[in-house]
Design a protein around this ligand. Structure first.
Ligand code: FAD
Length: 478
């Protein structure tokens, strides 16, 4: 054995504040960095299309960063166990270090590796790094998992928030046997639906830090007041960077605290922003204790919910052709950019589950494929939250009205006009409900409903009643 440690990158594509790297670098040991694309491990949760785009660029950035420090990131595709074993044997490595993941398949894989390497006398070690508080460290007084956000977050705030690691000096290896990243074909081709995405995103650690600085310098003070307005650039857009581990939540936390000292009047806004990071923590905590959440309802009675699978409805929703402008704007923003504003995510998700009575799983799957921040914990918990079946969920009978949501959060219609340009000449009064516009107004705006833009796919009032009736069905039967 030599003093070489394999550093297995997973969903932690950064080199700063990385506990696994920090530990591996102790005593000047050689670091052999590898990323493995193991497409069988996640089963049904293979990386979605938008995430593959992000992953390609994030890995490119990580490889460049490591190269600038004298190392070489190895890319290999296949079974993680076999590849890691082969790499250790070829390089006489004594240990494998990685950051812990929380998806059920990943946690299972870690246990298998731990057991297998014990027999090979190779140390397999997992480190934290993706969360502020590891699952299991914040529990109710009775020792059980929290199922409600507010007490969970209150308990988290009582724990000390760990500070990021100051600096890691690593001795990188430049062992060169590697796949060529382009050969993995993570990027879309024929058609390249992500051709414009570089205008919106800069994946990688540098991009993550630049975006966070821009948010904290220019925007955070407006966060509490404007975070619900989809036309305004008032949120951090950190979710995809966080999901891929290009930045750690404790780095974000520490920078927020620094900003708090500079901008004492922004206390409320910073607290609000940090509480959103808390929702991310809560989602991971729920996934850890209730690993079925991405696939089956947290509230068991929802297993009896009378969903009405309808391919026409689902496609209209996916394509932004429902006839409800705020819903269509959100779905088109998602397709064009790989992201959707949080307020609009809630509206489109509610519309799918409650107005169209489509199973939340079909929405979750679509988001999984199309979001650059697609995340098993946050996506699963959020869909269940909207559907009413989740932990601490919105009550089922609270049904978002897509017209009033549009009028409230997109008052001037900038968001809808940006993404649904065919109705942009409608006056604000009718922009969120074109079907109520008199014929002459529609004519002036150049619209014939059902031609340039669809008539509403369902009537709001009728759909609302049908949803309440469906809910009554499970309420009575449970
Ligand atoms: P900010 O408002 O700047 O918030 C800061 C960070 O807090 C985010 O980057 C994110 O990491 C976290 N956060 C904020 N809101 C939530 C939330 N409700 N739940 C969990 N974490 C949160 N978020 C994902 O990261 N991945 C998903 O796959 C995902 N799917 C969603 C599906 C639905 C139906 C809904 C309603 C929400 C979903 N969210 C998901 C949560 C939220 O919409 C996004 O995290 C947020 O819009 C990202 O934008 P931002 O980074 O500008 O957020």
């Amino acid at each position: 054995m030599t003093d070489t440690v394999v550093l297995w990158f997973r969903q932690d594509l950064r080199i700063h504040d990385l506990p696994a790297l920090h530990a591996a670098s102790k005593d000047g040991r050689q670091i052999l960095p590898i990323y493995i694309l193991d497409e069988d491990a996640p089963g049904d949760w293979k990386i979605g299309g938008a995430s593959r785009w992000w992953l390609h660029h994030s890995l490119t950035a990580l490889a460049t960063d490591i190269e600038s420090l004298g190392g070489k990131l190895i890319f290999r595709r296949g079974n993680s166990l076999s590849i890691l074993r082969e790499l250790c044997e070829a390089n006489n490595a004594e240990a494998i270090y990685c950051s812990r993941r929380y998806e059920p398949w990943a946690a299972k894989e870690e246990n298998t590796l731990h057991e297998s390497f014990k027999n090979d006398e190779i140390t397999f070690k997992r480190f934290p790094g993706a969360l502020l508080h590891e699952p299991g460290t914040v529990m109710t007084q009775g020792g059980g998992p929290f199922k409600v956000f507010t007490p969970f977050w209150r308990a988290c705030r009582k724990n000390e928030t760990p500070r990021p690691i100051e600096k890691t000096a690593a001795n990188w290896s430049d062992c060169s046997a590697s796949d060529v990243l382009d050969d993995w074909e993570l990027l879309p081709r024929n058609p390249d639906w992500a051709a414009q995405w570089s205008e919106y995103w800069k994946p990688g650690e540098t991009g993550a830090r630049e975006r966070l600085h821009a948010f904290l310098d220019d925007t955070v003070s407006r966060y509490a007041d404007e975070r619900d307005l989809p036309a305004v650039d008032a949120t951090s857009r950190m979710s995809a960077h966080l999901h891929h581990g290009e930045i750690s939540p404790r780095q974000i936390w520490a920078m927020c605290e620094q900003k708090r000292l500079e901008l004492p009047h922004s206390d409320t806004a910073i607290n609000k922003f940090q509480a959103e990071l808390g929702w991310r923590e809560f989602s991971y905590h729920l996934l850890h204790f209730f690993p079925h959440i991405p696939e089956s309802p947290f509230k068991e009675n929802f297993a009896q919910f009378p969903w009405q699978a309808n391919e026409t409805y689902l496609q209209a929703w996916q394509q932004g052709q429902t006839g409800y402008p705020i819903v269509d704007a959100g779905m088109r923003e998602l397709w064009a950019t790989g992201i959707m504003h949080n307020r609009v995510r809630m509206v489109v998700a509610s519309f799918l589950c409650k107005h169209l009575l489509q199973h939340w799983r079909s929405g979750e799957d679509w988001f999984w494929d199309t979001l650059v921040d697609a995340d098993l914990a946050s996506n699963g918990c959020s869909w269940q939250w909207v559907a009413g079946s989740g932990a601490d969920a919105a009550p089922y009978f609270r049904i978002f009205n897509p017209v009033t949501q549009g009028e409230k959060f997109d008052k001037q219609g900038e968001y809808v006009r940006r993404w649904v340009p065919e109705i942009s000449d409608l006056p604000n009064k009718y922009l969120h409900k074109p079907w109520e516009a008199p014929d002459d107004i529609l004519e002036q705006a150049g619209i014939v409903l059902g031609q340039q833009y669809p008539a509403p796919i369902v009537d709001h009032r009728e759909a609302r009643q049908a949803a309440l009736d469906a809910y009554e069905h499970i309420r009575l039967s449970s």
